[in-house]
Design a protein around this ligand. Sequence first.
Ligand SMILES: *Cc1c(COP(=O)(O)O)cnc(C)c1O
Length: 396
Amino acid sequence: MFNKLRLLTPGPTPLPEEVRLALARDMIHHRKQAFREIMARVQKGLQTLFGTKHVVLPLSASGSGAMTAAVYSLFAQDEKVLVVEGGKFGERWTSIAKMRGLRPVVLSVPWGQAVRPEDLEQALRQDQEIRGVLVQVSETSTGVLHPVQELAKICQEHDVLLVADGISAVGISPCPMDAWGIDCLLTGSQKGLMLPPGLALIALSERAWARCNVLDPGCFYFNLPAERKKLEKHETHFTTAVNLICGLEESLKILLAEGLEAIYKKQWALTMLARAGARALGLELLAREHYTWGLTSVRLPEGVDGLKLLQIAQEQFGVCLAGGQDQLKGRIVRIGHMGWVDWGDVLAGLYALDRSLVAASGFSGARDYLEQAMAAYQAALAGVPGEVPANVFVRS
Ligand SMILES: *Cc1c(COP(=O)(O)O)cnc(C)c1O
């Protein structure tokens, strides 16, 4: 079928034209003035995006590279860290920590639920050896938003570093690093930042730098103090992904011209749209209370072949949705609505979901689900009291 391809996955995400054009520019040298000027502007934009006065280091790697850099830079062999494990990306923290020779203590959370701050508090009180807490701001495999602001406060009280994987949160929902007291915030380029994969960004707090500066980095490539030193000259330690940095300048321009508050509000409204539409279709949502703003995870009715459904949505409607991972494989659909995605795209996603559900199983819900979805979107944009969570307008 001749359709426009709509990439509605939680990364990679579609790219705005300005970004694509910037990526297509000819190469410039990463140790010359023209590049340094771009890096200086990008750095200012990144600090606004992260809500921090500290440097935000670009690393040429996917998001997991920044996760690796964080673990290796902040903890030494045999140290204990607590990992909040409520999905695939939580598990990744544990794997990296083991690789570094740390002793990870797992705080297990049922997939689809957020960690309870009191459980973290208790774990830290019971085990004084824990030096850091590793968590996702948004656990992309389930669509859950963890209460990072509260977790960070608890970590401050216990003098423990809070390391937050914000890969599907930065530029999507509020996560101001300094205001919330996050010690390490990181993200990747292919989610909220409207860029191709390949760039990771990481920032450290004062006390995280103090730790990092005295530790052996443990690997050759991810050396944050060396990166920081180069960044003072608006350069990177190694040859960076020059064209991604040029694209980043454009995407930051778009995000900051719109304003972060407006971006968060749009993300919130899209989330309301997707959730209302899925509910009207008679589908259950996986993340019920604490849900992220960049994707919506929908449970499929018993007996529906999730993989077949994704195939129909792609082949007949040009809509690329994501499925579940591991224990959720074939059982959920994840509608990504982060980055360069708007209401029209999400409506297309809902329509493709409905039609492929009918084709795959005969299951169908309310006929006016698109209207219900749009009504929820409009109400969210209009700021119906009680609907918009207080932290939508957190300032950095
Ligand atoms: C996408 C994602 C990752 C993985 O990033 P890669 O770029 O694939 O390495 C890690 N954590 C979260 C929360 C993500 O959404």
